[in-house]
Design a protein around this ligand. Sequence first.
Ligand code: PL4
Length: 408
Amino acid sequence: MIQRNVNLSRLKAGYLFPEIARRRREFAASHPEDPAKSETRIISLGVGNTTEPILPVIDAALVDGARRLAVTETYTGYTDEGFLELREGISRVFYKNAFSASEVFISDGAKCDIGRLQLLFGAETNVAVQDPSYPVYVDGSVLSGAAGEWSGEGYAGITYLPCTADNSYFPDLSRLGKNSLLYFCSPNNPTGAAATRSQLEELVASALEKRCLVVFDAAYAEYIRDPALPKTIFEIDRARECAIEVNSFSKPAGFTGVRLGWTVVPKELKYSGGESVNADWNRVMGTIFNGASNIAQAGGIAALTKEGLGEIRELCDFYLGNAKRIRKVLENLRIACVGGDNSPYIWARFPGKDSWDVFAEILEKCRVVTTPGSGFGPSGQSFIRFSAFGHRGDVEEACRRLAANLRP
Ligand code: PL4
């Protein structure tokens, strides 16, 4: 028989979010809901999955995109790197036209691109991550062979850069090794911290000095409300020499199920041997990706219009309203927490407790699903992530239960 890819056996347990779903199912099986008692219903503040309908202008464009496929004159097939109008629109709206269409690659979402990006660098790469971080950076590195063996605390081949209250959730970059591939997410999942301009300047300066490449995940950029905070790494001078940015319509436009994202790979970006990263990404995408859905792209084009951007703002404001409510309850309980102001996540600390124990306690006492911080890396231990994605009524009910039953 064929041998299993050895890297698969290095993956630690299950992927975080299916594991949470499994524990939720297990709990539900032993604690059946009573339709007469609404307080027995399980509410999720766990996975960051959008719940609200797509707003009318963007929705109408999706419908129109589907209808155009039924008409000979407007039918389209493969679009390879994506509709030119969408690529140029993304550059115009999010990057002040700083990039040509050939530097903007349309995808089926940020997660998929994060997975594919690993193909550019290979198993010998030194990988560094913010700790805690979105699990795909580490698990994807395990699959590519770059992470090495699990050592009980983390993977031997990965440099974990702690982001804690002590450093205002921004890592000590003196620990970043030379020639590393650094995954950096702002506004951050899970801590909710959004890096300041000076912090991103420090990041770019370190990356240039140490000849590192930064994969900057800006999936939550549209949640930034503080005008002083950068929404993209490319607001920083010379970032185009050291960074790739992945982004997505999932969280701003409610496209988690539609699937549409993009990655910006500047032409200035070079490997140590001087080869073009942009040319290689073009080759990788051309080889193993066949383009995002034309219907989704029609929705994306509409999302970039004045009306569409208004809808993005409205949707993000709604989830930020949820975040504000959750954070207020936690603060009233005197539970130390951050995030929720420029991001849809609130990061709450339960000193001395194990994250999975707190997860189980909240599920048991409040029937609310959360995400255990330790699932995001060693520095997430004793933390819980609350997601603000939910219907308003559910979030308010969850807040009532937390206020009544949760103790720090
Ligand atoms: C559960 C920092 C959520 N099944 O939808 P995409 O692929 O464009 O974006 C995914 C993504 C990319 N970057 C960051 C993210 O936080 C996410 C989505 N994360 C979460 O709860 O942390 C959804 C997770 C989903 C997954 O595995 O991604």
